[in-house]
Design a protein around this ligand. Structure first.
Ligand code: GLC
Ligand code: GLC
Length: 827
């Protein structure tokens, strides 16, 4: 069942009912000011850091769901409604929500009154602009009452929802004309305030929540709205809000347009106040209001936003026989990559914005799907991330975006972290050809005095793995590897201990972690990432260093084959007791997805047919119609030696859920191994556009990936196996976005930036006749045509570049060329 449709020409998803199976959201803003907005206008805004600089309040896990947002209320002679249906939930005569690239349009209609609200965050602007167009579509005059509503958050979102003894007494506002300013703590320790304005005269306002809503009322029946008036209240402590009130009369056919701005302003210390030393200096705020105070200026801002996305989405464009693929690659997957790049795993409808900042491994992986869009921002991000690294190559697992400092509470020692940085820096160089990043001086642990070149960071990253090997010569597992929930040194038996940060005293002598527990995943990732490091060294002419690194990679491959090949697939780990994890010998969790793809792509055991055997085992044991489960069989009890993974009921999250992020590695691996049909099958099982038809089962947005889909074992814990099979969770902020962008564009369609040029080596469904694509790459436009007359999956039979036959499948980079025509015949 569908709840809307794709409008590809406008790059929008059009939601046709407010009762989606879950709130379906969008993100506004790509630079500093961000908003989350659901299809009923729920959500909130923040500046740069969802935890430390929250602008409006939102209550997670509320009843009913998705309460709190920017709401407009209409009281049309006793009929009270919102353009986005919620929170009043009066049945509307018409409803539509269009989520587009950085904007959302919500339209509602009731009793001949139409309200169309467009929300967006303009480029280079710290505010959300909202245009409300009210139209009387009836045959006679209409007089009605209109309110806006936003609830301020007292800046620190964590403190805001816990520290009530203080916060109920600190809230402060200022009202001038049609603008409500939120200035809690501005007088004392903050140099920022927020405001909510409208470009028209108002007939009143409210800034005190209890006056507007009523202590025992809800968002669905604010007492002022019901009474058809306003309280002109001035907040003094308690919960400050911003609500404008206006009485409006429209003639038959007449429209009225109002432009609201929810803005954020920072002021230099010496310019914070007017001469009286206490009134906010509003210079900057007024300039912001001036910028979008007419419908014309609003339209210009929207046009600028559209042009921005035209440009970004003009870099990779494909035309394949599958509309759904085109839609994902050309629009939605890239859009999601921008969002994950900006927000890492901080703020979504599943991430509260206070739990996590920027993840070291997550942000590095996000770059893989984003780097082509704005390489300069990727470069800056790489330097920020690397600056938090420790001199020995270890990493803080997370950092806060506002301070850009490593977060000591979460600590480090996740065994995979350093490797992702090599991969991300290599991806940046491959995309741009900008080798100078390697010479950049980058601090360690944010300490400038410890700065060394980026190349040094890559080197310590690589050798951090080499220096931390266990008894088989495989990398130590430490706190966790990519799978946060495989914690082989934790042995946790006390409630509340975090599996990611608790260090069991049992391993104190060994430095905190078992020196026996080893990760086959990290080993395989090392052999996959390592060659990029070697490629970099070779390019720099450091042949000896390159040979030395290559030896380590070759050694690791051998170790994997000697000690971690289970006969039909690769083991997952050795636990702290030296027992195999992810082996056919195990009772549960016989096979895990994570190491398989990287091992295949590193050609580990290829001569013995390890790649094909592994792919067959994956297809048999992990694949389902909704994607590949993480492990099989699911764990049905707590395995203290494995950690968090077995705390999840079977079929969810890391315990045999469909963790879409690592599905991409198998898609890549199948494509790499020439199995284009298999790769495409897995791709289409999870790609959002393909889940649209079953939105009632899938629940989350059909235009973006979620982190997890219930696996075939979902429900097994309650004896109803299959109950939530196919049900998505944790949409938006997931490494799945970047990795599936890589999987489809670089592995299946095969257009892959390489150090020396653009490689084109597709691995597609055999039934395809081919496809075309354009790719902007290092200043030139590549027009690519793939022909598949013999209906194979993979194999470049011939390549013609600008009319000349070229061997192989890498289009050599020629400086200064503006357009390159590439024609490839598979066979
Ligand atoms: C989440 C985390 C990511 C981790 C994955 C598997 O997606 O953000 O860092 O790799 O879970 O545990
Ligand atoms: C990842 C996992 C989640 C785990 C968390 C810990 O997001 O998906 O299950 O609890 O990491 O940080």
């Amino acid at each position: 069942m569908k709840f809307g449709h794709f409008d590809d020409a406008n790059r929008e998803y059009v939601i046709e009912t407010p009762r989606t199976p879950y709130p379906w959201i969008n993100y506004l803003g790509t630079q500093g000011f961000f908003s989350l907005i659901s299809n009923t206008a729920g959500g909130y805004s923040f500046y740069k850091d969802a935890r430390l600089r929250r602008i409006t309040r939102y209550r997670y896990n509320n009843v009913p769901i998705d309460m709190g947002g920017r709401y407009f209320y209409i009281n049309d002679n006793g009929t009270i409604w919102n353009p986005g249906w919620s929170p009043v939930k009066t049945e509307l005569d018409a409803y539509e929500c269009r989520h587009g690239m950085g904007y959302t349009i919500i339209k509602g209609k009731k009793n001949d009154l139409k309200a169309e609200v467009t929300f967006f965050v303009p480029q280079d602007y710290d505010g959300e602009v909202q245009q409300v167009v009210l139209t009387n579509e009836g045959k006679s005059d209409k007089t009605f009452k209109f309110w806006s509503f936003a609830e301020w958050c007292l800046w620190d979102a964590q403190d805001d929802c816990t520290n009530f003894q203080r916060n109920f007494s600190t809230g402060r506002v200022e009202i001038v004309g049609s603008t409500i300013y939120h200035k809690t703590e501005y007088r004392d320790r903050r140099n920022h305030f927020a405001f909510y304005s409208v470009n028209d005269k108002i007939d009143g306002y409210d800034t005190d929540r209890d006056t507007f809503i009523g202590l025992y009322n809800g968002f669905n029946d604010p007492q002022q709205v019901t009474a058809g008036k306003c309280g002109n209240s001035l907040a003094d402590g308690w919960s400050p809000i911003a609500s404008h009130y206006k009485e409006i009369t429209l003639k038959a056919g007449e429209s009225k347009t109002l432009v609201f701005i929810l803005g954020y302003v920072e002021m230099p210390q010496d310019k914070k106040f007017e001469a009286d030393g206490k009134t906010i200096n509003k210079e900057k705020a007024l300039a912001m209001m001036e910028k979008y105070n007419t419908p014309e200026k609003f339209a210009a801002g929207m046009a600028e936003l559209r042009a921005y996305w035209d440009k970004l989405l003009g870099i990779i464009n494909v035309n394949t026989p599958e509309d759904k693929v085109n839609r994902m690659v050309n629009i939605w997957n890239q859009y999601q990559c921008m969002v994950t790049f900006n927000l890492s795993r901080s703020a979504s409808y599943f991430e509260s914005g206070i739990g996590r900042g920027m993840g070291f491994r997550d942000s590095n992986q996000d770059i893989l799907g984003f780097v082509h869009q704005i390489p300069d921002r990727a470069r800056e991000r790489l330097i920020d991330i690397a600056s938090t690294q420790l001199p020995d190559g270890g990493c803080y697992h997370q950092y806060q975006p506002l301070t850009k400092k490593g977060n000591a509470d979460i600590g480090g020692d996740f065994s995979d972290d350093p490797l992702w940085m090599i991969l991300a820096v290599a991806a940046y160089i491959k995309e741009t050809g900008d080798w100078s990043i390697l010479d950049e001086k980058v601090p360690y642990d944010n300490d400038e005095s410890k700065a060394k070149s980026m190349l040094d960071h890559l080197t310590v990253s690589f050798y951090h793995i080499v220096k931390n090997l266990g008894p088989h010569g495989l990398p130590l597992a430490m706190r966790a590897d990519w799978n946060d929930c495989i914690n082989l040194s934790c042995f946790s038996d006390t409630p509340g201990e975090s599996f990611q940060t608790y260090t069991n005293p049992k391993f104190k002598k060994e430095g905190g972690y078992s020196k026996v527990a080893e990760s086959v995943f990290v080993a395989a990732l090392f052999t996959y990432v390592g060659p990029s490091f070697v490629g970099i060294l070779n390019h720099l002419g450091k042949k000896k260093d390159a040979e030395k690194a290559q030896k380590e990679i070759d050694k690791m491959k051998k170790v994997i084959m000697d000690s971690a090949w289970d006969g039909n697939w690769f083991l997952r780990a050795y636990d702290a007791n030296g027992q195999k994890m992810g082996s056919n010998e195990c009772e549960e969790g016989k096979i895990f997805i994570e190491p398989q793809g990287f091992a295949i792509m590193s050609d580990v055991g290829k001569e013995q047919g390890a790649d094909k055997k592994t792919l067959a085992a994956i297809d048999e044991r992990l694949n389902t119609q909704h994607g590949l489960v993480l492990n099989n069989p699911a764990f049905s009890k707590y395995y203290i030696q494995y950690g968090e993974i077995s705390t999840y009921p079977g079929g969810y999250k890391e315990n045999a859920g469909i963790f879409t992020h690592n599905n991409a590695w198998i898609i890549c691996a199948a494509a790499y191994a020439g199995e284009g049909d298999q790769a495409f099958k897995y791709y289409s099982e999870i790609a959002p556009a393909y889940t649209e038809e079953t939105s009632d089962i899938h629940k989350t947005e059909p235009y973006v990936y979620g982190q997890m889909i219930g696996g075939k074992d979902a429900g097994s814990d309650i004896g109803q196996t299959g109950k939530n099979f196919g049900q998505g969770k944790n949409s938006w902020l997931t490494g799945t976005a970047a990795w599936n962008m890589v999987a489809i564009s670089q592995y299946i369609l095969g257009i892959q930036p390489d150090f020396d040029g653009l490689k084109v080596d597709p691995s597609i469904p055999a039934s395809w006749n081919g496809f075309t694509a354009t790719r902007l790459f290092r200043g030139a436009k590549y027009n690519i045509t793939i022909k598949n007359p013999s209906h194979v999956c993979k194999g470049v039979k011939s390549m013609v570049v600008d009319g000349k036959a070229v061997d192989g499948c890498v289009v050599p980079f020629v400086e200064g060329k503006k357009e390159v025509n590439v024609e490839i015949t598979l066979g």
